[in-house]
Design a protein around this ligand. Structure first.
Ligand code: GSH
Length: 225
């Protein structure tokens, strides 16, 4: 096991889906103790700006004084630095490339902010796009992850589970806020059974705020904008 020493995570423990949760789940699954430093994104700390001067965003992981930003990069670092089980990335390079492809696709195509913040025609368009992309992802799961269950990486959640799960695990909250069903077990059976396994995983459960808290958090956020 790699040296642990001092691990700090700058992030947001907010009631909304966030990439910070990817890193929290990875550290908890690997059993790496860390200090969580809550950022106020309306009043960013000097440390955050110093550690992530390019994007000034969370999450930022600081290991023994060395900072790194961008959740995908942080997850890869965690898996390389602490390369004990559970591994976050598959051993096989082709499988690794599939995992990275779908993680990038997810971040490019799925916007929960757009779903929540839009109204009328714009929201109808955002919902149609979301469902279209979910169908593409459902086909991708069938093609690239068949035989892996209940998670994309098999028995334990890995990189892709963390990337998608950080927001998808809150789908019921989003459905309640916008009043539309997004994930249908009939139309997206593979995605539905994956997300059900994720929300029931003990480590994921630990990082998810209570349902009503998240609904109110998102409604208040929207009202303030
Ligand atoms: N691509 C980045 C996205 C990070 C991100 O969007 N962080 C948001 C919080 S969820 C943030 O820090 N926003 C502050 C800002 O945009 O000023 C990642 O995966 O880490």
């Amino acid at each position: 096991m790699g040296e642990i020493s001092e691990v700090k995570l700058y992030g947001v423990w907010s009631g909304s889906p966030s990439p910070t949760k990817r890193v929290e789940v990875a550290l908890k699954l690997k059993g790496i103790p860390y200090e969580f430093i809550e950022e106020d994104l309306r009043n960013k700390s000097d440390m955050l700006v110093q550690y992530n001067p390019v994007h000034k965003k969370v999450p930022v992981l600081v290991h023994n004084g060395k900072p790194m930003a961008e959740s995908h990069i942080i997850l890869e670092y965690i898996d390389e630095q602490w390369n004990h089980s559970p591994r976050l990335l598959p051993e096989d390079p082709y499988e690794r490339s599939n995992v990275r492809f779908w993680a990038k696709f997810y971040d490019q195509k799925f916007s929960y902010v757009k779903l929540v913040m839009s109204e009328g025609e714009e929201r109808a368009k955002a919902i149609a796009e979301f469902i279209e992309n979910l169908c593409i992802l459902e086909d991708g799961i069938k093609r690239d992850f068949s035989g892996k269950s209940p998670f994309f990486h098999g028995e334990n959640p890995g990189f892709l589970d963390m990337v998608i799960g950080s927001s998808a695990c809150s789908y019921r909250v989003i459905e309640q806020v916008i009043g539309v069903k997004l994930i249908d077990p009939e139309t997206h059976p593979l995605f539905y059974s994956w997300v059900t396994a994720m929300v029931n995983h003990p480590v994921v459960k630990e990082t998810l705020p209570p349902h009503e808290f998240m609904v109110n958090f998102i409604l208040n956020y929207k009202a303030r904008k």
